[in-house]
Design a protein around this ligand. Structure first.
Ligand SMILES: C[S@@+](CC[C@H](N)C(=O)[O-])C[C@H]1O[C@@H](n2cnc3c(N)ncnc32)[C@H](O)[C@@H]1O
Length: 364
């Protein structure tokens, strides 16, 4: 049975991998798992063969236990919780170059088929829009009605796994991030009167706007939402037709190249974007965002933090690689961006420390 599962599973893995479009969006985002891997593992990095062997053995045991649990009909919550914890430990214990070699081993193992029953894990792995971390994926975290059918269609195991992944610490942090963004928009609107102007970069479906009181009460002058994905831009245009929200098809490259003449803003922010940008692009983008701020304007950027318990699960079974950043990493971007500009800057974590925020206020 295991051999049969293996053969079937290998085929599934090959088909799924072929469906993943290996693109680098606009050439500025390190958006594919492969390009992110290339970023975290310097070219020419070597490793000891015995260390790789030992890592493969530990992984093999971990996956073997999961397979046994599956065959014995263990509760999905226990299976996924144990494996997520073990993968986190493995990722922490071995160097990035070794961990990168473990990822395909996990993805091609028979147990991967089980985890792909979770519609959220499956969406992330299949990448239906051709790249990692699309707005449709985030809708699984937000529990948005657009994914209700996919959840309803999932198997009982898939639904049970989704109950775990939707409430994993990283998912909780993303929902908090959405609410923090809404809160910032509303605060800025209150402090600026009726003329506040907001720019969202990499807006996705702009779900944070759904709860904005300032938007509902018509207290914003304009809210520009930019994204490189035409499907997301279309979704924003439809959902917020008749409001001051203006959806723009644009990219980081376009912003850096000065191709979008957007004007000045009281609040500019990017969430779910810097996780795919290396430091060099992050610094250039931050500088450009500071240029687009009015005096006393605020720029905020969010990044997944280094201590995510489900990082190993995300990078393997979800094939969702991210550049995780520490407080120090955030300061490096801020300090590299502000130069002589008079600013007030802070770095702070969300409640469960899975997301870190860099906030810069331009003083003049
Ligand atoms: C993880 S989603 C985040 C969406 C939204 N900000 C949120 O927090 O729910 C990432 C978004 O970044 C967009 N994106 C990625 N790289 C981009 C780039 N280089 N230029 C513009 N948008 C980009 C994607 O199209 C996607 O909608």
């Amino acid at each position: 049975m295991v051999t049969e599962m293996l053969t079937r599973r290998s085929r599934v893995a090959v088909v799924l991998r072929m469906r993943q479009t290996d693109i680098s969006l606009d050439g500025e985002s390190l958006i594919t798992p492969e390009s992110i891997a290339a970023h975290v593992v310097a070219p020419g990095t070597t490793w000891r063969n015995d260390e790789l062997q030992s890592a493969r053995t530990v992984l093999g045991l971990t996956l073997g236990i999961a397979l046994q649990q599956i065959e014995q009909g263990a509760v999905p919550y226990h299976i996924i919780h144990r494996i997520a914890g073990s993968l986190h430990e493995l990722r922490k214990r071995y160097s990035p170059s070794i961990w990168q070699q473990l990822i395909p081993v996990a993805q091609q193992h028979p147990v991967a088929r089980y985890f792909l029953e979770d519609p959220f894990t499956r969406w992330s792995f299949e990448k239906p829009r051709g790249y990692s971390g699309d707005a449709g994926l985030l809708d699984f975290i937000y529990g948005h009605s657009s994914v209700a059918q996919a959840i309803a269609d999932a198997s009982p195991v898939g639904k049970a796994l989704y109950d775990y992944t939707k409430d994993a610490s990283s998912s909780v942090a993303v929902r908090e991030r959405r609410d923090i963004l809404t809160q910032h928009v509303d605060e800025i609107a209150s402090s600026r009167g009726s003329g506040a102007e907001v720019l969202t970069i990499a807006a996705g479906h702009l779900r944070e706007a759904n709860r904005s009181v300032a938007l509902k009460e018509g207290r914003l002058k304009r809210w520009v939402a930019l994204d490189q994905d035409p499907q997301s831009v279309g979704s924003i245009s439809r959902d917020f037709a008749g409001t001051c929200i203006e959806a723009i098809d644009g990219s980081v490259r376009g912003i850096l190249g000065g191709r979008h003449d957007l004007g000045k803003f009281d609040f500019v922010y990017a969430a779910g974007l810097y996780d795919y940008l290396n430091d060099k692009v992050s610094i250039k983008l931050t500088q450009r965002c500071l240029d687009m701020l009015k005096p006393n304007g605020v720029f905020l950027f969010a990044n997944f933090a280094t201590d995510i318990m489900v990082d190993g699960y995300m990078e393997s079974f979800m094939n969702w690689a991210l550049l995780l950043r520490s407080e120090e990493d955030m300061w490096r971007i801020i300090n590299g961006s502000v130069g002589d500009l008079p600013v007030e800057a802070t770095v702070r974590f969300g409640q469960n420390k899975n997301i870190v925020y860099g906030i810069i206020r331009k003083l003049s």
